[in-house]
Design a protein around this ligand. Sequence first.
Ligand code: NAD
Ligand code: IPM
Ligand code: MN
Length: 373
Amino acid sequence: MPGESRVALLPGDGIGPEVIHEAVKVLQAVARRFVLELGFTELPIGGVATDATGTPLPDVTLQSCLRADAVLLGAVGGPKWDHLPGPARPEAGLLQLRRELGVFANLRPVRLFPSVSGVSPLRAEVAAGTDLLIVRELIGGLYFGQPRGRTDDGAVDTMRYSAGEIARVARVACSMARGRRRKVTSVDKANVLETSRLWRETVEVVAREFPDVTLEHLLVDTCAMQLVRAPAQFDVIVTENMFGDILSDEAGAVAGSLGLLPSASIGDGRPFLYEPVHGSAPDIAGKGTANPIGAILSVAMLLRHSLHRDDAAATVEAAVERALEAGVRTPDLGGQATTVQMGDRISEEVTGGAAVAGRAAPRISLQRGQTPK
Ligand code: NAD
Ligand code: IPM
Ligand code: MN
């Protein structure tokens, strides 16, 4: 349909479908309020895709993602597939998708909502003011470097970065800092790793293009410590793929729950990918208690970065805050709300009774992706 924005939905495994259901509910509430025309196509990825087709990223899924305006993903993986060899694992499908979409910069904002600050394991005065953005390099480093695999008596993974791969993510971090508090902390292990020494040099060069942004360097072990000692000191953290993976889960705990964190993975040209930071949470999957806020705030990022609707994105973010302030909380936040109740409340806050008068009703088309036999 002309004018329609096409969103590829990849619920995946474990709590993935549970949180994506609520994220779509909120997106539909946004579509009603702002009269957006959205079309959804649901596609298999991860373990469920392996079970159905023998591969964690079926071609129909990849091709539909490449044709979409944005991709919204839940989570992949789980104990059922942990015995599979590396390339057949659900996680391999996600890594391939990120690579095929060329999404080299993964934006992971972490903000402490004052209404749930009591849930943070840190003392209130330590956690107060946490508002940072991790910019994680997403399609390079140890996750992708060759050679990798088993040798006669061991195993090998390779950390490899080109200056170009570092420069493009550093540029994203510096640009993002301009819209924030103009400080970038580049995190590496330059006292040991050659890739980190190249990282540091390259970030220095890029930062000269941004004289209004302050750059500092921190070793990753120190950064992990500073994140729990004084998290409010950070504005933008830019780091390589695996350091960013680890630091973002740590930052999730600082904010009170990993279940709160969203992400946007951006590149150039191809569609962007949106996913909560958490995984498939096998320990709570199927119970209906997962926190959908990470997925819902990922929808806000989708509205901002792919559909260029800052107004709608801000509405979703405000709705999440209001729902939390009202005391609606899933168990990870110390409450008893179900995933669905949390999604319902946030959707109601989006709709807010504020009918947009005199506009046409939005058209929402839902199409189920065909699972190839
Ligand atoms: P996890 O993030 O799934 O869970 C870690 C802990 O956080 C668990 O106790 C879980 O219950 C809790 N948690 C996570 N999300 C939550 C939410 N929304 N609400 C409430 N609690 C939540 O990490 P894990 O257990 O180490 O990994 C499980 C599987 O998920 C693995 O197969 C892993 O590879 C995969 N994984 C996938 C992604 C992804 O698809 N992007 C991300 C991380 C892990
Ligand atoms: C994440 C996850 C993934 C990663 C896994 C599932 C491949 O932990 O998105 O943070 O390490 O990138
Ligand atoms: Mn992770």
